[in-house]
Ligand binder design. Structure first.
Ligand SMILES: NC(=O)c1ccc[n+]([C@@H]2O[C@H](COP(=O)([O-])OP(=O)(O)OC[C@H]3O[C@@H](n4cnc5c(N)ncnc54)[C@H](OP(=O)(O)O)[C@@H]3O)[C@@H](O)[C@H]2O)c1
Length: 276
């Protein structure tokens, strides 16, 4: 189905949408005529998006809150129902990534932050939204990564948090077979980073993300378009980019090949970092 037909008058919740992929998702749904709620912890950033999307003010709701906080999430869903009267689509997009670091160098605070945002931050909105989505026979989508196919050395925490979403999507898909709720997962590949994006260092500092090589990154608008199209067409899984598909096939059928590749990347990156 065409996204422009699907999203017209649909009520869509996008977690973590004050910047990055989430913000592009929000803009496209608004342009298709949907009603959008965006969330984030930083109110200034949410207000800046509200300003930028002024042309769609009737269709847009912002909510300051942490997706890893159950009470915040309950309040968020209640607010959407009060404001728009229903919920059709939940996009579990909020996520936090880490910088290269062996597990023993990572602090317990960083573990909490990643597990809270990437795992609880998708679990809680899903738990609370499912009864509302059953009423509309709506959709839930989890925004995962190619890091979910096979554990990436020095990114173990991020990998495991995204692998957890595969388990969650698999369980929910079966639980909702007869409810009419669609459950999907998007394995997003390297996407152009927002200039405001920060990532967690092993000791918990928020650091600016280095600019990625344009040859291996996708524009955020394209990543967002593919995600929205996946939901509109109820495709359970989407593997973004040729590289993503290749890693998926290698990890599934010849994991030793991915192992060799990851070992080499790990060795090279470690050597470069140690020599600095
Ligand atoms: N960019 C990529 O190349 C790539 C590749 C694969 C997968 N992904 C996944 O795609 C999703 C979006 O990535 P992105 O690069 O667009 O991220 P981003 O630019 O860092 O944006 C993350 C958004 O999530 C919000 N957020 C973070 N923690 C939150 C929390 N606990 N509660 C509520 N909101 C929270 C942030 O706002 P506040 O900080 O104000 O809360 C921000 O709006 C993530 O799940 C990521 O893992 C990205």
């Amino acid at each position: 189905m065409n996204s422009s037909d699907f999203y017209k008058n649909k009520v869509v919740l996008i977690t973590g949408a004050s910047m990055g992929i989430g913000k592009d998702l929000a803009l496209q749904v608004l342009q298709y005529g949907g009603k959008v709620t965006i969330t984030g912890r930083n109110e200034q950033r949410l207000l800046a998006v509200k300003d930028e999307f002024q042309a769609y003010s009737e269709q847009l709701l912002i909510h300051k809150g942490n997706v890893a906080n159950y009470e915040n999430v309950v309040e968020l869903i209640e607010k959407i129902i009060l404001h728009f009267g229903k919920l059709d689509v939940l996009i579990n997009n909020a996520g936090m990534s880490t910088i290269f670091g062996d597990l023993e160098t990572i602090t317990d605070k960083v573990v909490d932050e990643i597990i809270d945002t990437n795992v609880k931050g998708a679990l809680f909105p899903s738990m609370v939204a499912i009864p509302k989505l059953k009423e509309t026979k709506g959709s839930i989508i989890f925004i995962s990564s190619i890091a979910a196919f096979q554990g990436i050395p020095a990114y173990s925490l991020y990998s495991l948090s995204k692998m957890a979403l595969t388990a969650l999507a698999q369980s929910l898909r079966i639980e909702n077979k007869k409810t009419g709720v669609f459950v999907g997962i998007a394995y997003v590949g390297f996407t152009e980073n927002d200039t405001g994006k920060r990532t967690l260092s092993p000791d918990g500092k928020l650091e600016k993300v280095p600019v990625r090589n344009k040859l291996i990154t996708r524009p955020r608008s394209l990543t967002a378009k593919i995600i929205l199209n996946q939901i509109a067409n109820r495709r359970p899984r989407a593997y973004h980019s040729i590289f993503g598909k290749l890693i998926f096939i290698l990890s599934k059928f010849t994991p030793f090949v991915t192992n060799i590749l990851y070992k080499q990347i790990y060795k090279n990156t470690k050597n470069t970092r140690d020599s600095k």
